[in-house]
Design a binder for this molecule. Structure first.
Ligand code: URA
Length: 366
């Protein structure tokens, strides 16, 4: 089936559609050996040979896009030179070269997109495009309204000024408060640093959605493929596809951040035991670390998430305890844990217990 040349170029990951128009106008694109400068030329991806600057453009790549509920206790890289568990290890069975869009700290959890589409990833992650990211930060006590206002007004951080697009109380916990913080850039530890700058101590950090894609039906460590409509929405959000860009997700549509019952975070990747576990139970990331043996909790992981049981008025997935910790805790291997499955102690979730929390808000290294 024929399609417009600029659309073909964008879908092949050469550039955005606007960028493709510029390439065409500059005479850098040839179809079957003939330079094309007119816009709107139709090509047949099956038959026509399209080249940019003399280099043939591969036919439309079939991209793969995945949404992972990144659990705490893993880095957002494909491989870690220090041998720590990685978010990619949860993508069991994925053969394509997917890479993460942006990052979440070691101790943060929630929506993490993986894709093979470089242009889409670049657009969504690049500060130039100001893509909105919404986080739920559990902060100690009750934040004064003035602190939240200061976050929105802007603060000075060590690498320059920063501000939240939104900072509001999302949900009250027993003694602490979930604060909804939206930002338009992906600077390192930005939410923790914004909170720290206005005197708020972050205890946990959860990203409930990314690009309008919620982790509501996933449990920590689970992932799913995006559907075509979701991919279109993402592409619109990235300005790669026509049509209105999706607006910010309504706070009411975000998964509740309140404590889940009976679904602790998954065990970090383990050697031997982990692989054995997976064979027996069909769950868990690939074998990895001989020294990390925290038990799982029965929450299934892998590519086919179970929809969480419907609970009126609340989402299924919410973060596990102890997400935001100090950089030192972030680099620490998960300790062998003996907590039973089901409700878990924070120790069992791969880090220090309450008494082990740092006094100052941590940044949980990536
Ligand atoms: N801000 C943070 O502080 N950490 C994250 O992981 C993401 C945003």
């Amino acid at each position: 089936m024929k399609e417009r040349l600029q659309k073909f170029l964008a879908a092949a990951g050469v550039s955005s559609r606007r960028g493709a128009e510029a390439l065409i106008a500059a005479g850098r694109v040839a179809v079957n050996g003939t330079p094309v400068t007119a816009q709107g030329v139709q090509v047949d991806p099956e038959r026509d040979l399209v080249a940019v600057d003399g280099r043939p453009v591969e036919r439309r790549a079939r991209h793969r896009h995945l949404l992972l509920y990144k659990p705490p206790g893993c880095v957002t890289t494909l491989a870690d030179p220090q041998g720590r568990p990685t978010a990619a290890q949860y993508l069991e069975g994925v053969r394509e070269r997917v890479f993460p869009v942006g990052r979440l700290d070691w101790d943060a959890e929630g929506a993490l997109l993986f894709t093979t589409d470089g242009e889409l990833a670049n657009r969504l992650a690049h500060p130039r495009y100001g893509h909105r990211r919404t986080y739920l930060a559990k902060v100690k006590g009750e934040p004064p309204a003035a602190a939240l206002e200061r976050m929105v007004a802007g603060v000075r951080l060590e690498d320059g000024p920063a501000r939240a697009l939104e900072a509001a109380v999302h949900e009250r916990a027993e003694r602490n408060t979930w604060v909804r913080v939206a930002v338009g850039e992906g600077r390192k530890h930005l939410v923790k640093r914004l909170c720290e700058a206005v005197g708020l101590e972050v205890l946990r950090l959860f990203r409930p959605e990314f690009g309008g894609l919620s982790v509501e039906r996933l449990r920590p460590g689970q992932f799913r493929d995006l559907g075509p409509e979701e991919v279109r929405t993402l592409r619109r959000a990235a300005g790669l596809e026509g049509g209105p860009a999706p607006g910010p997700v309504s706070p009411l549509a975000l998964p509740r951040a309140a404590r889940r019952h009976g679904h602790g975070p998954p065990a970090p990747p383990t050697a031997g035991g982990g692989a054995e576990d997976r064979r027996r139970h069909g769950r868990g990331p690939p074998a990895h670390r001989p020294d990390a043996t925290a038990p799982g909790t029965g929450a299934r992981r892998g590519s086919s998430p179970r929809p969480a049981p419907a609970r009126p008025g609340r989402g299924a997935a919410a973060p596990a305890r102890g997400a935001a910790r100090s950089g030192t805790a972030g680099a620490r291997p998960a300790r062998p844990a003996s907590a039973p499955s089901g409700r878990r102690s924070s120790r069992a979730s791969g880090g220090p217990g309450r008494r082990g929390f740092p006094r100052r808000p941590g940044r949980g290294g990536a």
